[in-house]
Design a protein around this ligand. Structure first.
Ligand code: GRF
Length: 218
């Protein structure tokens, strides 16, 4: 029997760009059976469509540009504090183009998800679609993973594959990846939120969080 939580899982989403992955989560969360409440959206830049999407749905937002802080460590502490205010159970980095720092991981490690537009462990970093195209692979895709201190190295939740076509440029390939990425994100954020999860080595396992029985709600 699956373990279903009674209250929707509180999720903060961080974005840096157009926010189509965020939009997919917002749309899904309108169905109570999805089991997710997006309690805030944060960004590292004020002038992005991702924030507008949140505002159109009356979701609270906050913006923390890196340049407003003396260094990356100070920004990391401020981001951690801003997210903490909304008391999320899960944080989703949906096209958030900054690495989570030590303060953030101390607070949200093991419950922060990120999506990467490549099939990990191939092509980590900022340019997954470009690097896959340049390498000449015939299949690429997207990876949902639990964030750790590395670059796109955390335990894998799910992956989706798409073909690379001879006619592709970086943009067409990334758009095809993003279509699959959005479906994967919605499916698995929902599953993780409704069932809870824990990490066992490199595996992400649905069910009771290890060492934190108070988060088991049913
Ligand atoms: C996604 O492909 C994400 O994996 C990558 O940037 C893209 C963000 O797209 N890091 P969007 O802002 O959700 O439309």
């Amino acid at each position: 029997m699956s373990v279903l939580k009674k209250e929707p899982t509180r999720i903060v989403v961080l974005v840096s760009g157009s926010g189509t992955n965020l939009q997919a989560l917002i749309d899904a969360s309108h169905n109570p059976e999805f089991g997710v409440s997006i309690v805030a959206v944060g960004a590292d830049s004020g002038d992005i469509e991702g924030l507008r999407r949140a505002e159109r749905h009356d979701i609270p937002t906050f913006v923390l540009p890196l340049k407003d802080f003396s260094d990356r460590a100070a920004w990391d502490v401020a981001l951690t504090a801003a997210v903490t205010e909304f008391e999320p159970e899960i944080v989703v980095l949906a096209g958030f183009m900054k690495l989570a720092g030590p303060a953030f991981l101390a607070q949200f490690g093991g419950r922060t998800l990120n999506t990467h537009p490549a099939l990990s462990p191939s092509f980590p970093g900022m340019h997954g679609p470009r690097d896959a195209l340049e390498y000449g692979v015939k299949i690429t895709g997207a990876t949902l993973f639990v964030v750790d201190a590395g670059v796109d190295t955390g335990p894998i939740v799910a992956q989706v594959s798409v073909p690379v076509l001879d006619s592709d440029d970086v943009e067409t390939l990334h758009e095809r990846i993003k279509a699959g990425e959005r479906e994967m994100l919605v499916e698995w954020v929902g599953k993780l939120a409704r069932n809870s999860f824990h990490i066992d080595g490199r595996r992400v396992v649905l069910g009771r969080p290890l060492g934190n029985p108070s988060k088991e709600l049913a």
